[in-house]
Write a protein that binds this ligand. Sequence first.
Ligand code: FES
Length: 107
Amino acid sequence: MTAVRVKDRDGSEQTLDAAETTPLMETLRDDGYGIEGTCGGAMSCGTCHVYVSEAWAAKLPPPSEDEKAMLEAISDFAEVRPTSRLSCQILPDIIYDGLEVEIAPQA
Ligand code: FES
């Protein structure tokens, strides 16, 4: 398992165990963080938006053009930061033990 530090929308913080075989979006969705993931990871809904900590933002692989396009699309109704990511794109092949994320507000 992989430990992920999560700051929830109410400001509370927890450490959760993320399976090493699923995208982070699925763990956050299944653990009740209000992540809908309605497109199932196809980068077409933006409901899996998280803010990665500054320290971790540089460690993750950069977002793809499709991920950047989705983040741009949601910027009309959500605060998108330089560290914004789609948690469906934080994939299990990325070593992210100790990752810190904040759940973005619902749009
Ligand atoms: S689950 Fe839809 S964009 Fe990530």
